[in-house]
Structures are given as C-alpha cells and as structure tokens.
Write a protein that binds this ligand. Structure first.
Ligand code: DGI
Ligand code: FE
Ligand code: FE
Length: 196
C-alpha cells in the first residue's frame, strides 16, 4: 500500500485532538525523525512517518483503562505486562492502529506494538521507530542521547543494542520489573554484536 499525505494528515489531526500537547509534539518528533532515518536506511519515508505518528496512539489512556480495554478486545496480557503497565500502550496501540485507523501493514503494526520493548530480530522499520522514540528532538533525559543521535545514522543494530542496555540499566536502577520482550531483545542484539 502507498501511504498518502492526506491519510497521514487525517490521522495526525485526530491524534492532535486526543493526545496531550506535549505527547502530540513528541509524536511529530518521532514521525520526522523516523522519516529521516528512512532516507538513510532505504525505507519508505511516508510509511516511517505514519508509523511514527501512530506509535503512541494509545498513550492517552490510563493503565487501568488499557488493561480493561485489552481484556474487552480479547488481547491477553502476560503477568509481566500487567506488572509493567508502561508497556501496554504499545500492545493496545497496535490493536487501535489496525481496528480504528485501518492499518493492515504488518510491519507498521509490529513497529507500533514493539516500540516500547523492542524484540529479537526487528525489521528495519521496527528498529527505526524504536530508536526514533528515544532520540527525537524533544527527548532530554537520557544521559547518552547525544551519542545515540549520532549512532542512529551510523549503525542501526548497535544503536538498538545501546538503547536496550540503557533502558535496562534505567529500569534496574529504579527497581522496576523488566518484561521478557525487553530482555530477549537485549540478549539477541548482544549475541548479534558478538558474532560480527
Ligand atoms: O511512550 P513513550 O514515553 O514515548 O516511550 P516508551 O513507549 O518507550 O515507554 C517508555 C516507558 O516504558 C519508560 O518509562 C520505560 C518503560 N519500559 C520499557 N521497557 C520496560 C519498561 N518498563 C518496565 N517496567 N519494564 C520494561 O521492560
Ligand atoms: Fe510509547
Ligand atoms: Fe513515544
């Protein structure tokens, strides 16, 4: 499917009404960053922009609502996901992208569904969205941002690996549980790196 700018603008305008202003600006930042990374890595820039626009489409719901809506939609959540509710907006976002916004492209749906945790063996688009979410211009907390912004345009897999490592460090430091998807992704990219 070709993604038209009209389709993207329609979704963008709907999300502008639903997301908090700062979340909407973050969404635009991810979309533009993802489009630039698509130039670098030979992906369709409009597809990357669309995935970026949609990646946090379920971020306006509370954790309790997300858990309830997943149950109502027949999406089973693992015990680990329920204990780490920050990851559920990605799972439900994937469902919303498909059912409400009519996205059928599995690659875009995977990019949305895996944007918080990553997963082993991601596609180029999934890696782009995972990284763009971390480096977009309005992010300002992570200590390694400057380095990751550069690495994003030099080595996609190394950048994913470094971001996974920082995320695990950050969560461990806060005593937060880490879901298996995050650990599996980290183990996979670590192994990849050692075999180079
Ligand atoms: O939605 P955003 O704020 O743009 O970013 P995100 O989708 O990457 O979600 C960020 C939050 O998710 C951040 O506070 C870290 C958290 N997170 C990522 N992986 C895990 C996790 N939280 C827990 N508890 N466990 C994880 O494995
Ligand atoms: Fe998110
Ligand atoms: Fe995000």
């Amino acid at each position: 499917m070709d993604y038209t700018i009209d389709f993207i603008v329609k979704i963008r305008d709907e999300l502008k009404k639903e997301l908090k202003p700062s979340r909407y600006e973050h969404t635009l930042g991810v979309a533009y960053t993802a489009a630039c990374m698509a130039f670098m890595y030979g992906e369709d820039p409009l597809k990357a922009e669309l995935a970026g626009i949609l990646h946090d489409c379920a971020k306006c719901f509370s954790n309790a609502d997300l858990i309830r809506m997943c149950e109502e939609a027949g999406i089973s959540l693992s015990r680990e996901e329920i204990e780490s509710p920050a990851v559920i907006h990605a799972v439900y976002g994937r469902y919303l992208a498909a059912t409400r916004f009519g996205i059928m492209d599995e690659d875009i749906l995977n990019a949305i569904g895996n944007h918080t945790t990553g997963r082993p063996c991601m596609s180029v688009l999934e890696k782009i969205i995972y990284i763009a979410d971390y480096i977009e211009p309005l992010r300002n907390q992570a200590p390694n941002l400057r380095e990751m912004r550069r690495l994003a345009f030099r080595d996609l897999d190394e950048c994913v690996y470094q971001i996974l490592m920082s995320t695990i460090d950050y969560l461990t430091g806060r005593g937060a549980p880490i879901v298996p998807a995050t650990m599996n992704a980290f183990a996979w990219y670590k192994r990849e790196r050692e075999h180079l």
